[in-house]
Design a protein around this ligand. Structure first.
Ligand code: DQA
Length: 140
């Protein structure tokens, strides 16, 4: 059975109540139930943290054994050389995901330290970005 790790970074624990005009009304937990139903043939494991080091620990922990990692690093996307280095150091392919279209937003969101070390990026499809990322991993 294929195993895919989903990692959400800072403030994504507030999905459902955080800036709903940007991120929608659904909690990630509710979305995950749908996602697990859709991909019942694989194991989807979810982790969220607001702390950079915890995200790095999770990448290191799952990054040699899982079939793919779906990573929404939140604002760390635009700041974290350390997360980029963690992705460089592991062998599991990572797909960078964003709920919002970061290119339609403030210019500081246009640069990602992670994109160049990820297998690919999915940006701007709302929560469906995660489904597209899982699909992409299954078709590598
Ligand atoms: C985000 C976009 C980031 O710029 C922002 O800091 C987030 C969420 C997204 O999913 O659209 O926290 O990664």
């Amino acid at each position: 059975m294929k195993r895919i790790q989903i990692i959400n970074g800072p403030n994504l624990n507030l999905l459902g109540k955080r800036e709903p005009t940007v991120y929608g009304n659904q909690t990630f937990e509710a979305y995950l139930v749908e996602l697990k139903k859709k991909f019942s043939e694989i194991e989807l494991v979810y982790f969220q943290s607001n702390n950079e080091g915890d995200l790095i620990d999770k990448l290191q922990e799952t990054g040699f054994t899982f079939d793919g990692i779906v990573l929404n690093a939140g604002a760390y996307t635009h700041t974290s050389v350390a997360i980029a280095d963690a992705i460089r150091s592991i062998t599991t392919p990572v797909v960078e995901v964003h709920i919002s279209n970061v290119f339609k937003r403030e210019s500081f969101r246009h640069h990602s330290f992670l994109s160049e070390v990820c297998k690919g990026c999915i940006v701007g499809f709302g929560m469906d970005s995660y489904r597209l990322a899982v699909d992409a991993i299954l078709h590598f």
